[in-house]
Design a protein around this ligand. Structure first.
Ligand code: MSP
Length: 646
């Protein structure tokens, strides 16, 4: 059994948790669950970083002592995680006794070894970053992160001989291509290391300037620099040096951070570990920023996204899926509610939700809700099973390499493939023709593949995945899953199992247009205008009247001539629902049946059904007549069946 240790940054308690913190922590949770399904022994750590100038300043601002302040904000983080279905094994706070002890132990070890010395230093200190900058690192004399002019401070302090380990670190990164990933950040670190001599790291602050920190064990007049303190949390939680957890989970550590804290994790931390004679961690996984309309999130711009608000509004699982699917790991990504709703409707409601609801309701209609025994398999069954194998392997390989978005994209090949499989195998026709053995195979292929999809989605959408299992009549227990084995194994869903009759996993949502971009001063709408009386103009309808018409895109599956009317065709259209709709349309004089099959059309789906010469018509296909010709309305590029026209 392999060990897997995943960490998030420990978050500063100078601000409330937002989308960025939620993303890293949700991702860590997903990686942790993924490794659980692989059968690894896992440990997932998150927490809060509570020392340093920033915290003291924030506490003072609110008229609180640092202790009162850190207790309050730290619990905002620890209380948030369960609501996002995040299950961390430990929550560490740097003000805890266990951590203070561990930091002092590491400091003493490095000091005794001769890698810490006392010296004088003058530098440009940024309070936002809590670090000194060299002239070279400043942009126009300003801190590149905060764009503020740092303060020049000269004082006596303790220094860690980081420069001594520069060559070792370059060698280690070169020998371990996965040490820092994705590659762009590895290259960034290598070029930083090769561009000049690494400086020694100032690791103390005189108590005369800052008291809120961990005392140096060898000089009580100083406290530890917040980064030297914070990074050690990763081993405190494992009970370094003698704890069982340390033996089990170190060095199998995977750190997850955003690019803002690349240098401390890629340079300070491995050199600190080397000096303390501890093996380096296994991987540093670095992601980009979530932006709001291409701008950084910030309190002053008023564009900070609250993760809980999003989860409450759209569902935790949809929110988690969106974050992992939308951001290409390593790159920046823009967050908007429109994009979230787009994914929710397309990937979750249309593709996945529809697959579940159509298949379950067909299982009820054709087999009384019982998983049928499959008959002989044909070519199209083998084809879809191959699609499945490839999709699951893609998902797993990409997740292994921290390419989450690609992994989900890979899995969706199966989700979409199964929807197409329904369209081509046409279970409703098999039922009509009483081909029950063939129908049994088709339904079994669908249901077993749906089980496999549910397994793979547990790391991303835990609750939704568990509901999928429940709907398939199976009790889910992660420890019974063999994720790698799922790629090739077939037939774990037992025939005879009773499945749910309905599924409404991801209801579609419509987004109200709301601007999450930085607030600009907007003219208040005049009261006069909003009270304006609506005047009715003949022939003009109000917007709500237009909204009543539900138009969807659908694909024509089959067309036959109406038995009793020359001008009418009976057209079966897949509009993304459980079963295709039959539309009776007056198109016979313009199109031959084969010219229509496979075309995407726009269908009014909420017209009351009516009979046309004895055949029921469930909707209307939109078309334009131009003289003797008729043109069908369609989208300019293929879209998913069921997409709403608006
Ligand atoms: N306390 C340090 C970390 C010490 S780790 C030993 C710190 N804290 S922080 O509160 O500023 O958190 C930074 C981290 O929050 C980022 O690395 C990232 O994980 C997450 N994010 C904060 N804003 C973010 C975005 N806008 N987008 C993505 N992630 C972001 O640095």
């Amino acid at each position: 059994m392999d060990s897997f240790f995943i960490t998030t940054p420990i978050y500063y308690v100078n601000a409330k948790p937002h989308l960025g913190h939620a993303y890293t922590t949700i991702l860590a949770d997903s990686m942790n669950r993924f490794h659980k399904l692989l059968g690894d022994e896992t440990f997932f750590l998150t927490g809060t970083d509570e020392h340093g100038d920033k915290i003291v300043q924030a506490a003072e601002k609110g008229g609180q002592t640092p202790r009162e302040y850190v207790d309050e904000i730290s619990s905002l983080f620890s209380d948030l995680w369960p609501g996002l279905q995040i299950e961390n094994d430990d929550f560490i706070r740097t003000t805890e006794e266990r951590h203070i002890k561990c930091v002092q132990e590491v400091l003493q070890k490095v000091y005794d070894k001769g890698d810490i010395y006392f010296g004088e230093y003058g530098g440009h200190y940024c309070f936002g970053c809590e670090r000194f900058y060299t002239e070279k690192e400043l942009t126009d004399g300003k801190c590149p992160q905060h764009e503020t002019v740092p303060e020049y401070i000269a004082e006596k302090n303790y220094f860690f001989k980081m420069s001594k380990y520069q060559d070792w670190l370059i060698g280690h990164i070169n020998a371990n291509p996965d040490f820092i990933r994705p590659e762009r950040y590895r290259n960034e670190v290598l070029s930083l290391l090769k561009s000049g001599a690494l400086e020694d790291l100032c690791i103390s602050r005189p108590k005369s300037r800052l008291e809120w920190g961990i005392e140096l064990p060898f000089d009580r007049d100083f406290v530890t620099y917040v980064w030297f303190d914070a990074l050690i949390n990763y081993i405190t939680a494992l009970e370094y040096p003698d704890g069982e957890k340390f033996k089990k989970y170190w060095p199998a550590a995977n750190h997850l951070v955003a690019k803002d804290i690349l240098k401390p994790h890629a340079v300070f931390w491995p050199t600190m570990l080397k000096a303390a004679e501890i093996e380096p961690y296994q991987n540093l996984n670095v992601h980009g920023y979530w932006l709001i309309k291409d701008t950084k999130m910030s309190k002053s711009l008023g564009n900070v996204v609250s993760p809980l608000e999003m989860a409450d509004k759209y569902g935790v699982n949809a929110f988690r899926y969106f974050l992992l699917r939308e951001m290409v790991f390593g790159n920046d990504s823009s967050f908007s509610e429109e994009a979230l709703v787009g994914r929710l409707n397309a990937d979750l409601a249309n593709d996945l939700g529809n697959l579940y609801s159509r298949t379950l309701s067909m299982t009820h209609k054709y087999f009384g809700g019982i998983v049928p025994a499959p008959g002989e398999e044909g070519e199209e069954d083998c084809d879809i099973k191959n699609v499945g194998r490839k999709a699951m392997a893609d998902f797993q390989n990409n997740f292994m390499e921290a390419k989450f978005s690609r992994g989900l994209e890979g899995l969706w090949e199966l989700v979409r493939g199964l929807n197409k499989y329904i369209d081509t195998t046409q279970p409703w026709a098999l039922y009509k023709e009483e081909k029950m053995s063939r129908l049994g195979t088709v339904m079994y292929v669908l249901l077993e593949n749906m089980r496999k999809i549910a397994v793979h989605l547990w790391p991303v959408m835990p609750e939704a995945s568990e509901s999928m299992f429940e709907q398939l009549g199976i009790k889910f227990s992660p420890e019974k899953i063999n994720l790698q084995g799922e790629i090739d194994v077939w037939g774990l869903l037992e025939h005879g199992t009773a499945v749910a009759s309905k599924s409404n996993l991801f209801p579609r949502v419509e987004v109200e247009k709301k601007d999450t971009a930085p607030k600009k001063k907007e003219a208040k709408p005049s009261k006069k205008k909003s009270k304006e009386k609506k005047t009715e103009i003949p022939g003009v309808i109000e917007f709500p009247d237009f909204q009543k018409v539900d138009m969807r895109v659908g694909t024509i599956l089959s067309v036959v001539k109406h038995p009793d009317a020359d001008k009418l065709l009976l057209i079966k259209v897949d509009t993304g629902e459980d079963e295709p709709r039959q539309v009776v349309a007056g198109l016979a004089e313009f199109f031959k049946p084969e010219e229509l099959e496979g075309r995407q059309v726009v269908v009014v789906v909420n017209l009351a059904p009516r009979k046309l010469r004895g055949e029921v018509s469930q909707g209307m296909i939109l078309a334009v007549r131009n003289g003797k010709e008729m043109q069908l309305l369609t989208a300019t590029a293929p879209v998913d069946n069921g997409c709403k026209v608006s």
